[in-house]
Design a protein around this ligand. Sequence first.
Ligand code: UD1
Length: 416
Amino acid sequence: MSIIQVHGLQPLKGEIGIQGSKNAVLPMMAASILHKGTVVLTHVPGIQDVYCMKGILEYMGCVCTLEGDRLTIGTDALTDIRIPEKYLKAMRSSIMMLGALLGRCGEAVTCYPGGCSIGRRPIDLHLHALEKLGAQIEERDGVIKATAERLHGGEVNLSFPSVGATENALLAAVLAEGTTVIRGAAREPEITALCSMLNCMGAKVTGGGSDTIWIEGVKTLHDTVFEVPGDRICAGTYLSCIMASQGEAVIKGVCPGQMAAVLQAARQMGAEIKEYENHIAVAMRGRPEAVNLKTEPYPGFPTDLQSPVLSLLAIGKGTGSIRETIFEGRFATALELEKMGARIHLEEESALVTGTYPLKGCTVEAADLRGGAALVVAGLAAQGETTIRNCGHILRGYEDICRDLQKLGANIRRVL
Ligand code: UD1
């Protein structure tokens, strides 16, 4: 079990660079198999989920080389159409292989995916989208088999803008015969990035980043080199860390335009923020002001930053609230924050939080990826030592949270 220890109440100062985006790179890795040849991704984050996706690609016969942050994927020798269960249980994004495998091989076998236990996380919208493109789906004893002699273009209407379902539909549509339109598509920047990458490979995709995406099927793709954008969720996490410590720092390598809802919330909480083309300067003097927030699909406030902001509300002035509308199970971290002295009242999908400062260091348990990071945020505003157990979750999405925060002067270290 990995353990992180934090000594709080030290203002963070300096400059920090942001890793490549987890949620962008994973579907890009899946997209690589649509092509028979070589795809190179740069600015790839060194995180567990990337290693897991690399494992899936290798299992299927791809040749992957990760040198620094440059990942080369050779997809010529792909032979296996099964996504092994051990990877599926470890990472939900493995479901992304379904659309890509169907596109490349006309066949895919998988089972229900894992990932963070933050809610029910069904895949009905993914399967609905693939069926609209001509796939036959059979489900038996938890195993899903998708087949399609030839995928065809179609009209996919998503009743909710699911990020994963939009990506799966996109991947399946790229090599399908004819034109596909995805209505009600997710508008997250990671979708826009995936569309750009697919277009660099020779696909014909328009409308990425809007709620209607058009894909004109092509017969083949070509080799490409593509740079993964900076991780807006990682940037938001470090922004929360700086705010919790009442520090002043510059976050580099992220597009502020993609963080509008987060920066607005940070300003309401009292942060002074300057936006530049590719970086953000933040200064926080005093405790956060209480705010009332609601998570929503992009461009709303991201569910992935709900837990870090819960930690900020826990040390805020007065009573604030956060309503979680995306994943019903995402308040497990509240119970851990309470151990540190936070005053949180949970009511169905909302948390009502009355700030207290400082929190007190103690031993807490990371419940999920972002929840684990939120405990780091809390630890930075706690008296004494906070020991965070089960940090394997954090490693799924952050290259090295200790290294990054140490650069800003935090007293944080991984002890196991
Ligand atoms: C992606 C992100 C995750 C983020 C989430 C929402 C990746 C690798 N992960 O996850 O970090 O928190 O978007 O921004 O990009 N749903 C259904 N049926 C489906 C699919 C989804 O009901 O078939 C529901 C889910 O249960 C959830 C909501 O839709 O309530 C959002 O899920 P979705 O947008 O699909 O999230 P992911 O793609 O899993």
